[in-house]
Ligand binder design. Sequence first.
Ligand code: TGC
Length: 426
Amino acid sequence: MTAPKTIQKTGTTPAPAPSADLSGSFLGPVDLTGLDGLFSTEEKGLALKVRSLVDEVIRPNIAEWYDRAVFPTEIIPELGRLGVLGMHLHGYGCAGRSAVEYGLAAQELEAGDSGLRTFVSVQGSLAMSAIHKHGSEEQKNEWLPRMASGEAVGCFGLTEPTAGSDPAAMLTNARQDANGDWVLNGTKRWIGLANLAQVAVIWAQTGEHGDGRSIRGFVVPTGTPGFTATPIAQKLSMRASVQCEIHLDEVRLPASAMLPADSAIGLKGPFQCLNEARYGIIWGVMGAARDSFNAVLDYSASRTQFGTPLGGFQLTQAKLADMAVAINKGYLLAHQIGRAKDGALPGGVNPAMISTGKLDNCRVAIGIARDAREMLGGNGITLDYSPLRHANNLESVRTYEGTDEVHQLTIGRHLTGLGAFTRTEA
Ligand code: TGC
């Protein structure tokens, strides 16, 4: 593994704000409401371990990675050693951590960069979760231990060029030959890390319905003839990460490649995995918001205009106060949903709850990152400061795993009992 290099800064602007604890709370000065007290010593210890990796490996290099549009593959084994890959899963070499611990890790990773958190989400919440929830013992034993250690990378192929919010409309199909083999054809788009992955979980239409009812998942080794993954170029967001288009051209798989569990019949198979990824986002984006806040709080103490530090102006204080209040509310929402997911609340967690968190924490986080950029003035458009990078990344995070509209309508259906997703038959 190549050691990540330290970037020599050439500009005169200060380095990104450190994530050191300034207030006694492990979340730093933004913690106005005693958030620190919501978490056990063990939970906070795990978050701080993840933060150390982010501080040592990610922060010194992220500007260069983002600028060059490079995903640092050398961090994959380090994330495996840290135990964050599939960390909420039990058995098969996974760490068996709680939902809250997973959330805390996600927000530390995303304080570094959304691309890093996305890698951990795609690997653990999507690819590993799909195999863990729906796979055969053989599939689990073959893939999960290697994915937990970072030896193998997985990706999750649901979205297509013409089927994003409406995955039931997917065109990728799997036909079964007389000898039992499955043969896959189709195109998937926006698939994280597919060009680096050893295994892809591919969702495809298998039956005559051609809709959500006949969708099944397949475990596809990416070396199978007919599988190609091409990175999508010229992205303005998630530049330190890779998203690909996958082409499946007569990809032949044994009968055992299908995810066999009844839980994987139809769209509820992938949707259960999306729940896991959406849950991680609820926490993750608060890390990006907190990092943006820290950057501008630090700047407002040192940057002087009209003879006064920016922090001494009422307008700056009003903005900082609004940001901090919003971040506290976002963490409280994430914590509530996390405890529900861990079974600490009656009724547990449901998709409407997850949509509530994904919808609101994403739009709050992007608003904070944009406001922070504005407060940094011209300096805010450079990679010396994190907020615009976070804001650009959050454009993707707000869109993937369900747009605002998908989550508004999921909540609307929960409230009214009436589905407002309309499909016009051709
Ligand atoms: P609908 O009829 O509502 O549901 C079909 C079946 O699924 C069940 N279900 C769920 N199960 C678990 N969790 C959920 N959140 C669920 N939502 C629905 C449902 O009970 C039903 O089960 P059954 O037993 O009756 O068959 O299906 P619909 O088509 O009406 O759903 C509408 C809508 C809009 C909510 C859904 O299509 C949706 O969520 N769309 C958004 C899809 C999305 O988030 N796509 C982004 C994926 S990200 C990606 O592919 C890239 S991965 C990231 C990366 O690689 O970087």
